[in-house]
Design a protein around this ligand. Sequence first.
Ligand SMILES: Nc1ncnc2c1ncn2[C@@H]1O[C@H](COP(=O)(O)OP(=O)(O)OP(=O)(O)O)[C@@H](O)[C@H]1O
Ligand SMILES: [Mg+2]
Length: 227
Amino acid sequence: MSTSILSLKNVTIYQEKNPVLTNINLEVKRGEFIYLIGKTGAGKSSFLKTLYADLPLKEGEGRLVGYDLNGLKEKNIPYLRRKLGVVFQDFKLLPDRNIKENLLFVLKATGWTDKAEINLKIDEVLEKVGLKHYLNKMPHQLSGGEQQRIAIARALLNDPDLILADEPTGNLDPQTSVEVMELLRKINANGKTIVMATHDYALLLKFPSKTLKFDEGKVFEVVQRTV
Ligand SMILES: Nc1ncnc2c1ncn2[C@@H]1O[C@H](COP(=O)(O)OP(=O)(O)OP(=O)(O)O)[C@@H](O)[C@H]1O
Ligand SMILES: [Mg+2]
């Protein structure tokens, strides 16, 4: 099996008719942890949206986790997304149901039916994020950091090959950000590839890793000290 988990060739990403990023060439290997940085409006979210097929790829070639983004059919998007874990700044937990039901919702939507397997999986992902006893809590009873850890647990349910995180610490205080980051680094150390957009330079310095800068429609790798 190839070690490339994401490959983009001459990709141009559009928002409406405007090219936001032009001519991106990028190869991400299994197990990497990659930061995306750049000013607001530089295109980080547009880039991630293209990867999880929220924004269609119109120009260039893109392939990730075994799927071609070119000509990806609407009906195949859910299958692509099962191989991705997506984490957002605002957690996106369903507010009207408890943590177990939040996780159950995703498992049912992705075809899980066996009750015993479902319960095992829910326990497993909650264990990974250190919140095993939170099954019956409602999202509003959790702190922001805890909600984000649940969102990360949710992203792990289908054992994705790649985790895409769009400013996952954007709503958290510095200490909680470090805790969430430690969790993401642990998940990465256990073999998952992670691509994460962030504005948090303190985190970059504390947890150095490969960094791609988005600037004036281009994407290029930067070495940490020039960040
Ligand atoms: N849904 C949309 N429709 C039209 N234009 C959009 C849309 N979303 C973003 N854009 C535009 O695309 C460009 C890139 O935005 P994007 O959200 O990808 O930037 P970003 O790097 O994620 O910024 P931030 O750091 O603020 O999250 C901006 O000029 C923005 O105005
Ligand atoms: Mg963004």
